[in-house]
Every structure is written in structure tokens, then in C-alpha cells.
Design a protein around this ligand. Sequence first.
Ligand code: HEC
Length: 122
Amino acid sequence: MTQGRKFTMPQHTEPERRNVFSQLLQSQILLLSPVLLFVALVSIGNAQPPDPARGQMLYENHCRFCHTSKVHERPNKPRLTRAQLRSIVNEWQRQEGLSWTAQDTADVVDYLVRTRYQRLKE
Ligand code: HEC
């Protein structure tokens, strides 16, 4: 039995402890910087201009089967702004559970604008 023997944790003195903490913080920042750089590069990558060919591919694969030619070509279709079209497309991809990125949605919007919504209300 270890009765009577009290184990005491080695204690850091106050200034020493603060020092260890700031060292830890510095090494965390050093470790994180490649991650931050990567995140920055990815967000720059996302700001690419929309790609209508990719939009067409996404649309044909995920949306077309449901849309008869009438849906987007009806004569009395409302004149939409690009922002309204974007929110409709976003709503559809959400309903379909597609988890599209903003880039995917922008590509499809661009494809639809070029092929079906030339008379956009800007
Ligand atoms: C379950 C069938 C179905 C699927 C899947 C579907 N849609 Fe639709 N969509 C419709 C119907 C029906 C309408 C017309 C009814 C309406 O205007 O709300 C419509 C309307 C729209 C409109 C508005 C058309 C207009 O001029 O008013 C847009 C834009 C659109 N869909 C985009 C998409 C996109 C992008 C996808 C793929 C992510 C998609 N839809 C998937 C059935 C579907």
C-alpha cells in the first residue's frame, strides 16, 4: 500500500508556466500557417469566373431528367434577376440533396443564363 506517501504534482512557477503557454501558442501558429495558406488559396480558387460547360454537365446530370423542355421555355416565364435565378437553382440543388458548392451553383446559373434566360432583368 502507498498509504502515507502523498504524491504531489510537480508545479510550474507562474512565469515559467506563462512562458510554456506562449511557446505553445507560437508553435500552434506555425503549424496552422500552411493550413491558413491553403484555405486562402482555395477561396481564391472559388472566385473563378463561372464555367458554363461545367454548369451544363451538372445540369444535364442532376436537373434535366425532371425538366421537360416546357419548364424553362414557357412563354410567360417570369423575368428573373441573376440573384433570383441563383436562389432558385440553389433551392433545387438543396432539395435534391446535391450539396453543391457556390461554384457549382454559379456554373449552372451561368449555363442557364446563356441558354435560357438571355432576357435577364439585371
Ligand atoms: C423533381 C423534379 C425536378 C428536379 C429534380 C429539378 N427541378 Fe427545377 N423545376 C421543376 C418544376 C416542376 C419546375 C416548374 C415549377 C416552378 O416554376 O416552380 C421547376 C422550375 C425550375 C426553375 C424555374 C424555372 C422558371 O423559369 O420559372 C429553375 C431555375 C430550376 N427549376 C432549376 C433546377 C435546377 C438547377 C435543378 C437541379 C439542381 C432542378 N431544377 C431540378 C422540377 C424539378
